[in-house]
Unconditional design. Sequence first.
Length: 320
Amino acid sequence: MGKVLFTVVIPSYNRANSIERTIKSVLNQTYKNIELIVIDDGSKDNTKEVIEKYADVNQLRYIYQKNAGVQTARNHGLKEAKGNYILFLDSDDELLLTFVEKTVEKFESDDYGAVYCLTGIYDKAGKIIPARNDYLEGNIYKEVLQQGYLTSTSFIAFRRSCFEKVGEWDKSFFASQDDDMCFRFAKNYKIGFIPEILGIYYLDGGNQIGSSQRRVAIGWWTLWNKYEKDVAKLCGKERIVNCYKDCLQRFMRINDDELIEACRTKLLEYINEKDLELSISKIKRRLFVSKYKTKIKSILNKKQETRNKKQETRNKKQET
């Protein structure tokens, strides 16, 4: 197999506590012809000092930019990249040893625009298990729209030349930019899939590049507005209505009247007023139940903490 260059771009903001794990997982790959580019999106912690430990690693480049967000950081990495294939790896995730080797093999077996693998997570026992039951492969645009996602950007590599057609990362997104890029590739290219866990997704990173309920809700809204016509055409009216109902629930959860009204207006293009009001009533009930359950859970947790403290106090008295 010809050793083509594979680029890994790691955008990062205040991830000094996790980025070294991510870097090591790239440098330890069985496939060695790798270009590693770290784009520091204006970190205020000691990210730079962590990266400086690898100053003698020729394949690693560290680039600092003023804080501008993850899409800008990824686009910066895309412009700097020289590899045939490119992966945008989050700075708290981890590649397993053969990720690049098997991804390159898959690329070179067919004319795939992108290749992804099963994503792993650690369960409570410390065992690696699949995060999702991914399986889609080939010309899968309709199926991806129906499903609503493909995979995490950390575990899907792209053929770099394809960006000339699909374009760079869309900076208008507050969130769901990963889904947008996967949708664009699925629309224009065949997607390859490796049914093996080759990367670990971590839930403990606290993504400071940007995620909150509001940002996620607006990102979801932006995504479905962008793909509305394709969803309606390929998947049908019911699918796009469900997408917008999901947006409506998110906006009701954050109590944003302006966005709620915008979503109501959009839904009325597909359903009548009576059906919409029925849907809103159901959403309100779900949100009430969810809020009630959360409150009860919080009360029970506090009671358990109190019991635990009392038990610790009794145990200490018995020891003395």
